[in-house]
Structure formats: structure tokens, C-alpha cells
Design a protein around this ligand. Sequence first.
Ligand SMILES: Cc1cc2nc3c(=O)[nH]c(=O)nc-3n(C[C@H](O)[C@H](O)[C@H](O)COP(=O)(O)O)c2cc1C
Length: 139
Amino acid sequence: MKSIVYISKSSVNDSQELFDKLVTNASLKNKSANITGFLSYVDGRFLQCIEGDDKYVSALMEKIKVDARHCILYETSLTSIGHRNFEHCSMKPVTVNDHASFGLRTIFQQTLTFINIHYADRRRCDMYMWQQVKNISLL
Ligand SMILES: Cc1cc2nc3c(=O)[nH]c(=O)nc-3n(C[C@H](O)[C@H](O)[C@H](O)COP(=O)(O)O)c2cc1C
């Protein structure tokens, strides 16, 4: 199994509308490929984690990468993962309207700042990103 997490910058005017559309459409598609994960959105930035069979996760990421509605800022992946962090969610939507909004906004801001500062140190950024995925799974 493989897991990918990335941050991207939205290229559309109404990112909230795109987010809502994605959550509905993507979760249906992900379910059929047994892909789990979450999609979150704050202030024009997306943070998404997808996990599942290598083949399906890689194929989906190829599509996501060329999607003109956003632009990937940072991406990292883990192969041979033993378990899923989002076992029961084909695409858990995490938004600032959730009860966990304060936690999410904080995680988002900290992640963007961390990646900006430590961009050259990939290993450190990767570790940080996976820690944030874990934190979101606990929200
Ligand atoms: C931020 C973002 C997240 C996305 N997440 C998913 C996803 O989890 N699953 C999915 O099927 N498509 C997702 N998409 C849409 C894909 O980029 C692509 O449009 C879609 O998979 C096309 O499917 P099709 O080739 O079967 O029409 C996402 C797009 C964006 C901009």
C-alpha cells in the first residue's frame, strides 16, 4: 500500500465550491478504487492525503497533478505502508466549519510556514507532513 500527502494552491475563484464538488465526486470514485484519505481546505490551499493500493493511488495522483484547478506546492509519498490512517473514509472532508476548525487552521498554518522555512530539507519536511497527517486523523 502507498500513501501520498500534498499541499496545493487553488487556481479557481470559488475554492469552497470546488471543495464541495470534489468531496462528493471524489469520495464516490475513491470508494470504487478502495482509496481512503482526507481532503481539507483553508484560505485557498488544499491539503490532501490519499492511501491505498500502489497502482490506484499512483494513477489518481497522476490525474490530480495535472488538474488545472490547483497547483501542487509540496508533495511526498510513503510506499509499503502497513496500515491506513483513514480506514473508514473514502474522502474525509475536513473544513474550517468543522468543530475541529481551530485545530485544522492551526495545522494548516503551521504546515505552510514549516514547508516555507525548511523547503530545502526534504527529509525534515516529509517527517513533518506525515506527523500532520496523523494529527488530522485524530481531529
Ligand atoms: C484538490 C483536488 C483534490 C482531488 N482529489 C481527488 C480524489 O481524491 N479523487 C478523485 O477521483 N479525484 C480527485 N480530484 C479530481 C482529479 O484531479 C480529476 O479531475 C478526476 O479524478 C478526473 O477523473 P476522470 O479522469 O475519471 O474524469 C481532485 C482534484 C483536486 C483539484
